[in-house]
Design a protein. Structure first.
Length: 254
């Protein structure tokens, strides 16, 4: 049984069809995280959704293209998103602990050591769930990780996780580039043929796609971490993974 997991939650998973934050879905995830923690699994969440939350609060229909507007959305949306997590974790006597990172933080030995020490302390207390996002309010192209798939992989390596789980609205890597065909359950090597199966982002509220998930798996593998891609809309998906049920696509590139 893996004892330390990093779970990445995509924007499409955390928002409804109308673009508003899906509090019910976040509640389901929080319930599963609480159950995992009772089993002795330490959990770090890397959560998208700040921009989508900001779009809702600012009454925007389409994702802004201007960098400053995106940063404003994230600034408004981040506390809105955390308030939803806070409400649901409170039902389990747990408290979310926010950490915002940039590429500079991950590239600095001092910052990574401080971040690791903070996360280790929080996890050791058994009452806190670290919730990490990119610091979109200040990040620009120079210091930006770019998407939370890759950010989650860096975090998984940082905390020496046993497993990185990337949850979105897809079942995993499929045998056709349009996302159809048969599920590929296991990947031992990422080559040109495999990359050709990766499609684009799923919607205007999403930044990544399968390409960034493959990149995340490679980054995680450098830190000796396995990566599993699974459908976060599946009922009790995290609990099924904890019970060793074979779901999604598992990347073991180590």
């Amino acid at each position: 049984m893996a004892k330390r997991w990093v779970i990445k939650l995509g924007s499409g998973l955390l928002t409804r069809a109308d673009g508003k934050v899906d509090s019910v879905q976040i509640g389901r995830i929080c319930d599963q995280v609480a159950a995992l923690m009772k089993r002795g699994i330490e959990v770090v969440i890397v959560s998208s959704g700040a921009v989508a939350s900001g779009m809702t609060a600012m009454k925007l229909v389409k994702r802004p293209k201007d960098a400053r507007e995106l940063q404003a959305c994230a600034t408004v949306g981040q506390p809105e998103l955390m308030s939803v997590y806070r409400k649901h974790f409170a039902r389990h006597d747990l408290l979310g602990a926010q950490m915002l990172l940039t590429y500079w933080d991950l590239d600095s030995r001092t910052c990574t050591n401080n971040a690791r020490a903070t996360l280790d302390l929080l996890l050791a207390r058994k009452k806190f769930v670290p919730i990490i996002n990119e610091n979109d309010a200040i990040a620009d192209e120079e210091i930006r990780v770019g998407d939370n798939d890759r950010l989650s992989a860096h975090v998984a390596a940082l905390v020496q996780a046993d497993l990185l789980i990337i949850l979105s609205g897809i079942d995993g890597l499929m045998t056709k580039s349009d996302g159809t065909g048969e599920l590929i359950p296991n990947v031992k090597k990422i080559d040109a043929k495999l990359r050709s199966l990766a499609g684009g982002a799923g919607s205007e509220r999403n930044v990544g796609g399968m390409i960034t998930k493959l990149q995340a798996a490679e980054i995680a593998a450098e830190g000796k971490v396995k990566t599993q891609i699974a459908n976060g809309r599946r009922k009790n998906v995290l609990l099924e993974i904890a019970s060793n049920k074979k779901l999604g696509t598992l990347f073991d590139l180590r």
